[in-house]
Ligand binder design. Structure first.
Ligand SMILES: Cc1cc2nc3c(=O)[nH]c(=O)nc-3n(C[C@H](O)[C@H](O)[C@H](O)COP(=O)(O)O)c2cc1C
Length: 402
């Protein structure tokens, strides 16, 4: 049997959180729900023990009380935030407005499905509870979507789990996982959204290593191998950006980068260039060859290819079109903090590493691994240094020995 991949991929990529397009006026038959639950129950569970239980809530009075608990547990706060954000261009305004709409109208949704599991987590970190439910609950959402129905994954009510258990007669020893409001959707044309591409969040063989394997018979470097380092910082993106956008700052932490000077500019922008000074010690940390290397110093010119305060700073080294390396800082808002990501792609242009790999093809993989390790160590020093500076502005981590 061959699957229709186009349809299946469409299902997988367009099963959205539906809130404002839930049809409150159309009946949802039990047969449809039971069929979708049967499909969902095909999902695996720890030890193959059938411990999932599904509560279908239709009674208007029970729905109203559940909706009130949902609002007590945070829905009301969402509604107020949505009011404040009304008309705002902030990206999160769209999600908050939609979530607030659901919080306001939860009792009007034809069916609320609460997915639960027998058991309470023992805190051991071993599989066996949530991981025996989530896959089934998501299968249920996919099965709904395939039938013209929709839902939104909600967990706000868990803040009032005790009261919800009392309301619904849920016994002790059962854990509530997710509340899924279910209705037909108004129209079925949902679209994929932009998420981080797989290549940017998939590591090969070692944490942070991207594009490690050549594909289609291409060379190791043509695959665009890279390293990503991430750190969560308890400071606002604007504060982190002040540090990241100072191109000299990494010199305080990196053992390779000595500093940089802007060329002909006071105000960085796309196209602006700077000269960077670098150093490598000989011996074990030697750069690009399998044999211990001589110490060396060198300069490179880099060109800014992205300057988007306070979110993205990227530059290409040596040749903007055929760079020897591509560097990128990305900042992501994380509540009131920031996730800082530093990424480097080696190549595709010529570099010390590329030359060493050409000269010693039999050791190319080893050379690349060694270079990645050097880069990773310095990127970790830099990002953790930025974290310390951002979180405790009074102290200077570079002042302490590395
Ligand atoms: C663990 C988890 C908890 C969530 N809790 C809520 C919630 O309580 N209320 C709500 O309206 N949406 C909730 N959501 C839905 C997310 O806001 C939604 O998946 C996200 O906005 C992406 O929407 P999209 O799938 O349509 O792109 C939750 C999602 C997850 C994964």
């Amino acid at each position: 049997m061959e699957f229709n991949l186009e349809q299946i991929d469409t299902l997988l990529s367009t099963t959205r959180a539906v809130r404002r397009r839930l049809d409150f006026n159309r009946e949802v038959p039990d047969e449809v729900l039971l069929r979708c639950i049967d499909l969902a129950e095909q999902a695996p569970s720890g030890g193959n023990v059938a411990s999932r239980r599904w509560l279908v809530i239709r009674d208007p009075d029970t729905k109203a009380r559940l909706a009130a608990l949902y609002r007590d547990a945070g829905g009301r706060g969402l509604i107020e935030t949505a009011e404040r954000l009304r008309g705002s261009a902030q990206a999160r305004a769209r999600v908050v407005t939609s979530a607030a709409y659901l919080a306001q109208h939860l009792e009007r949704v034809p069916v609320l499905v609460l997915v639960t599991v027998w058991g309470t987590h023992d805190g051991s970190g071993r599989p066996g509870l949530f991981d025996s439910v989530l896959q089934a609950a998501w299968s249920f959402c996919l099965a709904l979507r395939a039938r013209g129905l929709g839902s939104a994954w909600t967990t706000l009510h868990l803040g009032r789990a005790r009261e919800v258990a009392d309301l619904l007669g849920i016994p002790d020893g059962v854990t509530q996982i997710v509340l899924l409001p279910v209705a037909h959707t108004q129209g079925t044309d949902f679209t994929p959204v932009t998420r981080r591409p797989a290549a940017a969040i998939t590591w090969f063989d070692r944490w942070g290593d991207t594009n490690a394997h050549p594909r289609d018979g291409r060379s190791l470097l043509a695959a665009g191998p890279g390293v990503t380092v991430e750190v969560d910082i308890a400071a606002a993106p604007t504060r982190v950006w002040e540090l990241v956008s100072d191109i000299n700052l990494p010199a305080r932490f990196s053992t390779e980068f000595l500093g940089a000077t802007w060329i002909d500019t006071e105000s960085p922008r796309v196209g602006a260039a700077f000269v960077g000074r670098n150093r490598q010690e000989g011996g074990r940390e030697g750069p690009d060859g399998p044999a211990p290397m001589q110490s060396r110093q060198w300069q490179t010119t880099s060109y800014i290819v992205a300057w988007e305060p306070p979110w993205v700073l990227a530059w290409n080294v040596s040749d903007p079109a055929q760079p020897s390396a591509q560097w990128r800082f990305e900042l992501e808002a994380l509540g009131s903090g920031t996730r800082l990501r530093q990424h480097v792609t080696i190549g595709p242009g010529m570099s010390g590493t590329a030359r060493a790999m050409q000269q010693h093809p039999e050791q190319a993989q080893q050379i690349l691994t060694r270079r990645r390790d050097q880069l990773r160590r310095n990127m970790e020093r830099t990002t953790h240094g930025i974290k310390q500076l951002a979180e405790s502005p009074g102290e200077d981590p570079a002042a302490s020995p590395r």
